[in-house]
Write a protein that binds this ligand. Sequence first.
Ligand SMILES: [Zn+2]
Length: 98
Amino acid sequence: MNIVEISTDKQCPFCGCKKNYLSCKSSKYSKTEGFEKHKWYVRCSNCKATGGNATGIVAVKKIGELPSFCTTDKVLKRKAIDKWTVKFNNNKEQQYEL
Ligand SMILES: [Zn+2]
């Protein structure tokens, strides 16, 4: 399993640092060759908070038209950032209630 980490310049909503990363764990997608299962999520290396997972099947070789079962890293990264942002907003609401 490979892990890729991309630094984001977003501020961590939980601890305020900017040491958070878009992480991708990839694993083999056994049904069809040339594809991998990718799991993207945002992770803070300071307070260890993580956002929700965005998973999908991604083509690892250049192919003409994407089959309907697969998505792209670009889409998954955006979903992972959305999930991180949603978690941030939920956290804010919880703080208001307290
Ligand atoms: Zn943090």
